[in-house]
Design a protein around this ligand. Sequence first.
Ligand SMILES: [Zn+2]
Length: 400
Amino acid sequence: MKTADQILVKQINKSIVLNFIRKKGQISRADIAKKTGLNRSTVSALVDELISDGLIVEKGIGTSKGGRKPVILAINKEAGNIIGVDLGVNYILVVLVNLLGEIIRERRVNISAQNSVEKNIEMLLGLIQEVLKNAPVALKGLLGIGIGVPGIVNYEKGLVLMAPNLRWVNVGLKDIVEERFKVPVFIDNEANAGAIGEKWFGLGKKATNFVYVSAGIGVGTGIIINNELYRGSSGLAGEMGHMTIDMNGKACSCENLGCWEEYASEKALFRYLKEQSGSCGGNSKIDLKKIDEMTVFDVVDTAKAGDPLAVSAFRWVGKHLGVGVANIVNTFNPDLVVIGNTISMAKDIIIEEITKEVQQRSFISRYSKVTIAPSQLNMHACAMGAVSLVMSKVFATPEV
Ligand SMILES: [Zn+2]
């Protein structure tokens, strides 16, 4: 009979081996032992168990460094499926991925914050159902559902405390989704999810300390310190979109004045377009009367076509993003700042503006190299982060 401590040690070691294979892609038993410091017989026993659990597979023979040729191990991507949901303010994106995080299918629908909470939840459940219908069968089926939400959440309880742009207050989303699909459900703030998504699948893989800035309808940030998401004492850290950058500035939905997101988000972009419409001497194709019908995607396309008003709107937003990023660089001394969500689609304009502001305003950036880059996950950072909420549990606690 094993003691509780022995079981825990075994689970930790099994998780180390499993994660090592995931990170390396393909690796032999001997290399796992060498690089993790676990002894060879322990690694061999754990690998055998992981193979019989169906979580890893033998992928053929590698090249010999003298002696017997090693057997190469890899994650069995068909071991299980995971659902990731990006609940936006005006859309829902659902992705179904395999155990390697490869997207098998995805669906997106537009929603309205004017809808009742019940109606938007029903749409979310319906979209998950649709994605799961006729999904490829995985060995262990659906392992869980992760959801990124545009608001503050109680991560432990899976409760959406407040999503101001969606008008949600105290919604027990985890319980509702678990009740319907009978699998574990994890809920987090969308920028936290984006940061974890970057850590697992994006530029953050190689960074130890970085900040993910989600610049969409609002601005949120996810902070990774020493490879872990920083949640703060009540789990509400990262609301840097609401740091004051103008003491007497624009009124924000959080009831403060002059919050960063009022100057660095889609809200700011459209306000600028309305205020500056007509300022380009008739050279812009953007019609003041039709601005309300435009989506941010339309403005990105218009800017890419060289429209002077659309370009100057993104320059203005980029400059203000840069002011906040300079504060972030001075505060956290990160290796990397990733800019994601819709505003990052105009990356050619905004990254240049942000970099300029950071160079001018952040003295830390003169002493420590910081990379400022657009998300390579594009509009999938939040959904893939939601996937990672589930994956991190699967990989941290394999059955023993
Ligand atoms: Zn605010």
